[in-house]
Design a protein around this ligand. Structure first.
Ligand code: M6R
Length: 359
C-alpha cells in the first residue's frame, strides 16, 4: 500500500532512515559490538579474497562493499557483474569467498554464478531482502536486508541497506582480524548519524525538486562525476536517472572525463560533482570546472565538512567510508522528480521488470 505517497519510489526513499536504524539495532549491540553469525565470520576469516557478485544497483552496492572490506578488514575484494562472471570464469584465488547481493534474491544472472560456486564447493553468503528466495536458499550463509518490500522498479532502499549491511560485516570481519581501523569504526553510532542525515536531506526535497526542474527536464544527456567511492555512487546516480527519466546519464571517474568523454559536453549539459572525500575533493572540483568552461551546467553534492560558498547541495558529515549512504539520496530524488516532471510512470519505467529472471 502506497499510503499517502503518489509513487512507491518516494515511499521507499522515505523509508531509508528507518531501515538504517533497524539494521543498526538488529546487527549491532548497544555497546557498539557487531551481532553477526560467528560461523560466517570464521569462514570469511579464512578467505584470502572476497568475490562480490550482483547486477544493476546491487552491483553498485558491491563496488562500495569492496572499499569497505579492503579498508576495514584488509581483505582483497573483487566485484563482478553477475552476467559477466557466469561465463568468463575469472581466475580465482586459493580460498575465495563469495558474497551475492540481490534485493529480490531471484536474479537469474546471479543464480547462475551461485550454481557454479556450489558445484565447486566454495562458501558463500547471500545478502538479500527476500527470505527464502532462491539465492537465499542456495547460499551457505544469509543476511537479510530488513528493508521491507521494495515495489518500485528503481531500487533505492535496497542499495542503502546493502551498503549498511556490508559496513557492519566488514567491521565484524576487521575486528575478528584485529584491524585497528575496524575496532575504531563505530558503525552503530555512524548508522544513527546516517539516519538523521538522510532525514534532513529528505526534508529538503523541495530544493531538490527545483534543481530537477531547472537542470534535467529538458536535458537529454547528463553526467555524475566523482573519484573513488564517489565515483561508485556516480554510477548508481546515473542508473537511477536513466531508468526512470530516460535521460541518457553516465557516471564517470572525474579525472577520466578529459580523456575523451568531455567531447560530449555541450551548452547546458548537466554535470553533477559528488564530493565527499577530503583527499580528492579539490581534484573533482577542478574537473567540474573543466566541464563548466565548456558550457556544462554544473552543480555539486558535497559533504558539509568540505563545503564551500558556491556549493549546491550540502549533505551532513558521516565517516568518509559510508558517505554513499547519504550522497545517493539527492540523486534518488533528482531521478524521482525528473521522471515525475516529465509525466512518466515513476514506478514502472518502460522495458523493465522489477526482477530479471532470465539470463
Ligand atoms: O533483485 P536484484 O538486486 O538482484 O536486482 C538487480 C537489478 O536487476 C536491479 O538492481 C536493477 O538494476 C534496478 N532496476 C535498479 O534500480
Amino acid at each position: 500500500d502506497k499510503g499517502p505517497y503518489p509513487y512507491y519510489m518516494l515511499k521507499e526513499i522515505d523509508e531509508q532512515p528507518n531501515v538504517m536504524r533497524k539494521l543498526a539495532s538488529l546487527y549491532t549491540e548497544e555497546s557498539g559490538k557487531t551481532n553477526i553469525d560467528s560461523n560466517l565470520i570464521n569462514s570469511l576469516k579464512q578467505a584470502d579474497r572476497i568475490y562480490i557478485v550482483g547486477a544493476g544497483t546491487s552491483y553498485h552496492a558491491g563496488l562500495v562493499g569492496k572499499k569497505l572490506f579492503e579498508k576495514l578488514a584488509h581483505v582483497p575484494t573483487e566485484v563482478h557483474i553477475a552476467s559477466e562472471f557466469a561465463y568468463e570464469n575469472p581466475l580465482l584465488s586459493k580460498k575465495p569467498f563469495f558474497i551475492f547481493l540481490s534485493q529480490s534474491g531471484e536474479t537469474a544472472d546471479s543464480r547462475e554464478v551461485l550454481v557454479n560456486v556450489n558445484a565447486n564447493d566454495y562458501e558463500s553468503l547471500t545478502i538479500t531482502n527476500v527470505e527464502n528466495s532462491t539465492l537465499f536458499r542456495e547460499a551457505t550463509y544469509t543476511m537479510l536486508l530488513h528493508a521491507g518490500p521494495e515495489i518500485s522498479v528503481a531500487s533505492t532502499k535496497a542499495y542503502t541497506a546493502q551498503i549498511a549491511v556490508e559496513a557492519i560485516l566488514a567491521k565484524a570481519l576487521g575486528e575478528a582480524k584485529e584491524q585497528v581501523i575496524a575496532e575504531e569504526f563505530d558503525i552503530r553510532q555512524q548508522l544513527g548519524f546516517v539516519a538523521t542525515g538522510m532525514q534532513a536531506i529528505i526534508d529538503d526535497k523541495d530544493e531538490i525538486e527545483q534543481l530537477a526542474k531547472k537542470y534535467f527536464v529538458h536535458a537529454n544527456r547528463a553526467f555524475y562525476i566523482g573519484r573513488g567511492i564517489d565515483q561508485t555512487v556516480s554510477l548508481e546516480a546515473a542508473l537511477k536517472l536513466k531508468e526512470i527519466s530516460y535521460v541518457q546519464a553516465e557516471g564517470f571517474a572525474s579525472g577520466e572525463l578529459k580523456h575523451g568523454t568531455i567531447a560530449l559536453i555541450e551548452n547546458g549539459t548537466p554535470v553533477i560533482g559528488i564530493i565527499t572525500q577530503k583527499r580528492t575533493a579539490n581534484l573533482t572540483r577542478s574537473n567540474l570546472q573543466e566541464t563548466m568552461s565548456r558550457g556544462a551546467a554544473t552543480f555539486t553534492i558535497v559533504r558539509k565538512g568540505l563545503a564551500q560558498d558556491d556549493d549546491t547541495l550540502i549533505i551532513p558529515d558521516v565517516d568518509e567510508l559510508i558517505t554513499p549512504l547519504l550522497s545517493v539520496v539527492p540523486a534518488q530524488l533528482i531521478a524521482y522528480f525528473t521522471s515525475l516532471n516529465k509525466g512518466l510512470d515513476v514506478d514502472r519505467p518502460r522495458n523493465l521488470a522489477k526482477s530479471v529472471t532470465v539470463e
